[in-house]
Every structure is written in C-alpha cells, then in structure tokens.
Design a protein around this ligand. Structure first.
Ligand SMILES: [Zn+2]
Length: 131
C-alpha cells in the first residue's frame, strides 16, 4: 500500500493547489519521484486513478519523472548519483543500506531521491462571474 498512501498525498496536495487557483478541472499533474522512494510508477498511476475519483482530479494524467538517488559515502567521500543494486530485490532494497558506487562501502547516507514532489499542475480555470 506504499503507492496508495503516496497517491493520496499527491491527490491532497494537487487538490489544494487547484482550489487555491480556482481551477475547475485538473488535466495533468507532473511529479518528480526519487528513485529511493521505491515507488513503482505504474502502481502509482493506478493508485492515483483510484484516489482521485469523484474529485476535480478525476481523469487527470499523472506524469512521473524519475529522479536518480544520491548518496554520500563516509568512507571515501563520494557524493553523487547512485543506482539501486539490480541484484537486490525491491522488497529488500528498501531496508538494505545503499552501497557506495566507488568503494562499495555500506557506510553511506542517502542525500537525495527519497521523496516525491509535485512540480506543476495543468488545470482549467473557469471564470464564474457570480461567485
Ligand atoms: Zn565510498
């Protein structure tokens, strides 16, 4: 249910942004998702469709841009983009320390790519003069 709670959070944030901009219908929600969130884009889109039902977000397209995770290694000082070890299954990788791509040390700290943000929303704003 990891993706469902993330989808609900995206829907809440997008709804607030849409309301404060007096949008009547949201067509696109652009999000940047960090690789270390371990969110599966297809699952996120599926859950977004469920979470957005019966709201002005219903039918909106969720566009996901994946952001590479970043690590800081306390052994060799490496700081930069890192890949999830393809040999480690996702379910385990969430709990496993990320290895430094330079020295293979596990004394690393995640410095980026562990959250998701809405970067922009495309919406239709219908002016209603009476309200
Ligand atoms: Zn290192």
């Amino acid at each position: 249910m990891h993706e469902f709670s993330a989808a609900c959070s995206i829907v809440d944030t997008a709804l607030q942004a849409a309301k404060s901009n007096r949008a009547s219908k949201v067509s696109v929600v652009n999000v940047e998702v960090g690789e270390f969130t371990f969110l599966v884009p297809e699952q996120l889109i599926f859950n977004f469709e469920i979470a957005s039902r019966n709201s002005i977000l219903e039918g909106a397209e969720l566009r996901i841009k994946t952001v590479r995770g970043r690590l800081l290694c306390s052994d060799c000082g490496f700081e930069g983009e890192s890949k999830i070890d393809p040999d480690i299954p996702d379910q385990i990788a969430v709990f496993a320390p990320m290895k430094c791509p330079r020295c293979r040390s596990s004394s690393t700290k995640i410095t980026g790519g562990k959250d998701f943000v809405i970067t922009s929303i495309e919406a239709e704003i219908v002016e209603s003069p009476s309200s």
